[in-house]
Design a protein around this ligand. Structure first.
Ligand SMILES: NC(=O)c1ccc[n+]([C@@H]2O[C@H](COP(=O)([O-])OP(=O)(O)OC[C@H]3O[C@@H](n4cnc5c(N)ncnc54)[C@H](OP(=O)(O)O)[C@@H]3O)[C@@H](O)[C@H]2O)c1
Length: 312
């Protein structure tokens, strides 16, 4: 297999590159700062020499976009937006020009396209979109995901199958990832419930993430948006409780809504990352017959903590 990962130097790209190189696949990475042999320079906003690499590929996965772990200032919101929309549009343009078009384009999007929800579930068929949500930044993040998805069809690229991954929180033992941040907070005694902890977290284990990508590659009838989350979102309170138990941390102080807002401000994060309730179901994958190795948080945590200790 010949695979191109646009924005493949980040958390998800590293997981995919490691997996695919181990399997003997040929992996190319589009990056703004090439440092390795398989890195190819692009700027994420204009078609350049990099586009030649698209010829005859089996798969493109577009992961590019400034990290959402930042304060949502006007300037940062613009960069969050432009880095995703521009890079997706430019890939579509480059793809349109290929003679031997890639077979499949997997485009990252986010489960934050859906509304803040406590009761029921959001899925690909009947899910509510969160475009009008308040605070305004929450609505903005949903609209960003919608425009990101629409940018895939900016120009017609009919010869390539397109799948949009509505990604929930990826749980992997990597440094700087969501799991490692939550684990560190727990060790500092700050791993308690946040603002009551009733908000749901939608998540997916890294091994299930890779299996779901494999499943998409294999099943050529799968197209359009596909939710990447386990069928069992969990409340923030239970999420942290199970995590603490696995780390053998007996107690953590609960954090009030006001403290959470101050904490988010100090850590230069937005409240939507910690207070928004994400209750997403992977209906398309389930209906199609995909099965999760780690559907429940308890088993997922056992695996993640073991691998975190072993630095895998
Ligand atoms: N990880 C998750 O749990 C999660 C959940 C939902 C959605 N997602 C989405 O999935 C995608 C991949 O996630 P990730 O965790 O791997 O993200 P990441 O670690 O932040 O990596 C994203 C990559 O995008 C590139 N990038 C950053 N700013 C850019 C810009 N202005 N123009 C072009 N490229 C830029 C960077 O590559 P270079 O600096 O090398 O160019 C970076 O390595 C992201 O778009 C993210 O929003 C992730």
């Amino acid at each position: 297999m010949r695979i191109l990962l646009a924005g493949g130097t980040g958390q998800i790209g590293q997981i995919l590159e490691k997996e695919y190189v181990n399997r003997g696949y040929k992996v190319f990475i589009l990056t703004r700062t090439p440092v390795k042999e398989n890195h190819i320079l692009w700027d994420g906003k204009s078609v350049g020499k990099w586009s030649e690499k698209l010829e005859g590929l089996d798969l493109i996965i577009n992961l590019a976009g400034q990290s959402v772990k930042c304060s949502y200032t006007k300037k940062n919101l613009k960069t969050l937006y432009d880095s995703r929309i521009d890079s997706t549009k430019v890939l579509a343009l480059a793809l349109q020009k290929t003679k031997q078009s890639p077979k499949l384009w997997i485009q990252m999007s986010a489960a934050t396209i859906y509304s803040h929800l406590f009761e029921g579930f959001n899925d690909e068929f009947e899910g509510n979109m969160g475009f009008l949500e308040l605070p305004k930044n929450w609505g903005f993040i949903s609209k960003l995901a919608r425009d990101w998805e629409e940018a895939v069809n900016f120009v017609s690229t009919n010869k390539t199958r397109k799948v949009i991954v509505r990604m929930s929180f990826l749980m992997s033992p990597q440094k700087g990832g969501f799991f490692s941040i939550c684990s560190k907070l727990s060790h500092l005694g700050l791993g308690g419930s946040l603002a009551g902890g009733k908000q749901f977290i939608s998540w997916i284990h890294d091994k299930d993430f890779i299996s779901a990508i494999d499943y998409i590659i294999k099943n050529e009838d799968l197209k359009g948006p596909v939710n990447f989350s386990t069928p069992h979102p969990i409340s923030q309170k239970d999420f942290m409780k199970i995590l603490r138990k696995e780390w053998k941390i007996p107690f953590s102080l609960p954090v009030t809504r006001t403290m959470a807002k101050i904490g988010a401000f100090v850590l230069k994060l937005d409240t939507q990352l910690i207070l928004r309730s994400s209750k997403v179901i992977p209906r398309k994958l389930l209906n199609h017959g995909f099965s999760f190795q780690y559907p429940h948080w308890k088993e997922a945590v056992q695996d993640l903590v073991t691998r975190y200790k072993q630095k895998i």
